[in-house]
Design a protein around this ligand. Structure first.
Ligand code: C5P
Length: 274
């Protein structure tokens, strides 16, 4: 049986992949099946959590006992994730988010022409994961004396240092002042989730690129998938390295996506208990 170590915790999981409309019938998308995110939702329920699953273009049935919010575009995913993660104990961004979207969406179907078509101009999408980190930091800073920010070597990119073990203890006793009482562990309050988890597919320099991404995005845990091994997308198995802010990486050998999910929830529960 599963440990009930997420009992009383509220967690948010994003799954699937966003689609960006080109016209009413066409989109730019990706091959994410949502299987890993759904495994995360199921295992979190089994461990006692209250789970909101934000599903982007997933064809799987709703898991039992989970609040499912279905979205299509990155803008919709962003709204749903930011709103659900206010005061949440953990957010896991397992969704594959489109990096770019068409600048304009044609209101009627683009017609076939004898000439080559016009190029589709793209613009950058917002980085939801990074935004969650910024929101959490802002909430903590407004709830903590000015000297309370931990220095952890996070790159000076305008994002205050966060996402470390030190950051996780920062709100002890102080968060309650500026953050609505949620009855949860440090950081779970208005403005940002307590624990932030990202996923990253890397092809080379997995550890170095992953560590840089962990710091850049201000997350606590980053699940790094080595891509190009016929793992991940659309398959029931996964293998990954979980990078831990302020700690040693955890290797998850190839196995069912539930196994990776359970290892991840154990790390999340440990951080919440700090
Ligand atoms: O930067 P990269 O796309 O590799 O980061 C992947 C992680 O960031 C995933 O957790 C994904 O859900 C999240 N992400 C996001 N918003 C984006 C792009 C990625 O939240 N625009």
């Amino acid at each position: 049986g599963s440990p009930r170590d997420l009992a009383g915790r509220r967690v948010v999981v994003s799954a699937g992949g966003t689609r960006e409309a080109i016209d009413p019938v066409r989109f730019i998308g990706n091959r994410s099946s949502g299987l890993q995110g759904y495994a995360l939702a199921r295992t979190a329920v089994a461990r006692g959590a209250e789970v909101t699953l934000i599903a982007a273009n997933v064809t799987l049935p709703d898991p039992a006992g989970v609040k499912v919010v279905r979205v299509e575009s990155t803008a919709q995913l962003r709204e749903a994730v930011l709103s659900a993660s206010e005061g949440a104990d953990a957010v896991v961004m397992a969704a594959a988010v489109a990096d770019f979207r068409p600048v304009t969406r044609a209101t009627s179907k683009i017609k076939k022409t004898s000439d080559d078509p016009e190029a589709i101009r793209l613009t950058k999408n917002p980085d939801i994961l990074a935004e969650l980190g910024v929101r959490r930091t802002q909430a903590r800073n407004s709830a903590t004396p000015a000297d309370g920010t931990p220095a952890d070597g996070t790159p000076a990119d305008g994002t205050p240092a966060d996402g470390t073990a030190a950051g996780g203890t920062l709100a002890d006793g102080t968060a309650a002042e500026g953050v609505a009482a949620s009855g949860t562990a440090a950081g779970g309050g208005v403005g940002g989730p307590a624990v932030i988890v990202g996923f990253a597919a890397e092809t080379d320099d997995v550890l170095a690129n992953g560590q840089a991404k962990l710091a850049r995005k201000g997350c606590d845990l980053l699940v790094v998938n080595q891509v190009g091994e016929h793992l991940a997308f659309g398959t029931p198995d996964n293998a990954a390295t979980i990078l831990v802010a302020g700690g040693d990486p955890v290797e998850v050998p190839r196995g069912p996506k539930e196994d990776l999910a359970d290892t991840l929830w154990s790390l999340v529960a440990a951080r919440l208990a700090e």
